[in-house]
Design a protein around this ligand. Structure first.
Ligand code: NAP
Ligand code: MG
Length: 403
């Protein structure tokens, strides 16, 4: 059998610890035997980030802009404990943060559903994709504790020095707290375009919600920007694709989500997305079955797993112990990137390969072969726990039959 050819490279960002081990296994067992992989390789492992003063992360993001598609392995975000462990020159910033800032993107997280693992909300038979706006609001706030009998105001000084003031609160007979938040029309517009583009891509409805009845200027601005961009740029495309844009209040959205069967994209403001993504991920069962894709407003895609480097398993691996680490989300990052590359390059073979690899993976789990994390959750009778490598080999057996 001849290998599938690629027209354009994708950007490959290698990473750390157990996911770095899995990365190589996936390529060796499931990609390289079938695809003549064209990738521009960037080693974002912490050792190499430290050697290059983190320049490699910036370079990989620029390359992603150039080629339009990237696949990323989980990476360590250094904390105090990592400084001596990796002999770091600096506590380098989160690569995901750096890449997101350069691509100006929105992160979409989607669970992978398999038979035998029932969501905690059993009506959720289709995946709910959460899109979190990752700029501003309470994550870039200024806050103060204020003493009793103080008067607090919002002050805006424009470029001509003209001040506009509004009273926040007069604290009488009690001390208290205040907080200043902001967002920008530019960031909200980028968020909106990423969401509309991704909904068209996935052919799924888009939901968005804020508290605009209470926050008549701040949250209302989000609602208005989404509505304007939808009217002017996306309404017809949505109609042609047979999908809808649906806006409602955040509390109404939460109630509808719980009653729903899933199958849509839920765009959330920063804080809502932080909270709701944890709720949705937990409800679907396992972080190891959650994929993540960063989509820029101009249509650049970076695929990854939502989980981290699975440090605890890596230390077992280093000790020579057997691991049973779930590779599914990392595998789906690869299939997502290959399929997108195939769509952009008009190479249907590559898209079909990605579809088959996903099918083989799901089939493997549904036939009862799974890693330890899923073994604990699955209700299948004939289930069998396998190690990290055995799982990928079992997927390969099924993939061969599909090819
Ligand atoms: P983690 O790597 O997501 O793992 C937390 C725990 O979740 C694991 O110990 C494991 O539980 C379970 N788990 C996660 N993924 C799994 C998988 N694929 N298969 C089986 N079990 C899985 O989070 P962490 O331990 O808090 O973070 C480790 C490192 O990852 C940190 O340095 C952090 O900075 C980094 N991180 C990177 C990203 C990213 O690059 N996108 C995201 C998050 C964290 P058990 O131990 O109970 O088996
Ligand atoms: Mg959270």
């Amino acid at each position: 059998m001849s290998k599938i050819e690629m027209k354009t490279p994708l950007v490959e960002m290698d990473g750390d610890e157990m996911t770095r081990i899995i990365w190589k296994m996936i390529k060796d067992i499931l990609i390289n035997p079938y695809v003549n992989l064209k990738s521009e390789y960037y080693d974002l492992g912490l050792v190499h980030r430290n050697e290059t003063d983190d320049k490699i992360t910036f370079d990989s993001a620029e390359a992603t802009k150039k080629y339009g598609v990237a696949v990323k392995c989980a990476t360590i975000t250094p904390n105090a404990a990592r400084m001596p462990e990796y002999n770091l020159k600096e506590m380098w910033k989160s690569p995901n943060g750096t890449i997101r800032a350069i691509l100006d993107g929105t992160v979409f997280r989607t669970p992978i559903l398999v038979k035998g693992i029932t969501p905690f909300i059993p009506t959720w038979t289709k995946p709910i994709t959460i899109a979190r706006h990752a700029y501003g609001d309470v994550y870039k706030n200024t806050e103060m504790q204020v003493p009793s009998d103080s008067k607090c105001e919002l002050v805006c000084t424009d470029k001509d020095g003209v001040e506009t003031r509004q009273l926040i609160h007069k604290f009488e007979g009690t001390s208290g707290i205040i907080q200043g938040l902001h967002n920008t029309d530019k960031s909200i517009s980028s968020f909106a375009r990423s969401c509309f583009n991704f909904a068209l891509d996935m052919k799924k409805d888009l939901w968005f919600a804020t508290k605009d009845t209470i926050s008549k200027k701040y949250d209302h601005r989000f609602k208005d920007i989404f509505a304007e961009i939808f009217e002017n740029e996306y309404k017809e495309k949505f109609y042609e694709a047979g999908i809808e844009y649906f806006y409602t209040l955040i509390d109404d959205a939460v109630a509808r989500v719980i009653r729903s069967e899933g199958g849509y994209i839920w765009a959330c403001k920063n804080y809502d997305g932080d909270v709701m993504s944890d709720m949705v991920a937990t409800a679907y069962g396992s972080l190891a079955m959650m994929t993540s894709v960063l989509v820029s407003p101009d249509g650049v895609y970076e695929y990854e797993a939502a989980h981290g480097t699975v440090q605890r398993h890596y230390y077992k691996h280093l000790n020579g112990e057997e691991t049973s680490t779930n590779s599914v989300a990392t595998l789906f990052a690869w299939t997502g990137a290959l399929r997108k590359r195939g769509e952009l390059d008009n190479t249907p073979d590559l898209c079909e390969f990605a579809d088959n690899l996903e099918k083989a993976t799901i089939q493997t789990i549904e036939e009862g072969v799974m890693t330890g994390d899923l073994y604990l959750l699955s209700t299948l009778k004939n289930k069998k726990k396998v190690n990290t490598k055995e799982f990928l080999l079992a997927v390969n057996e099924r993939l061969q039959k599909l090819m």
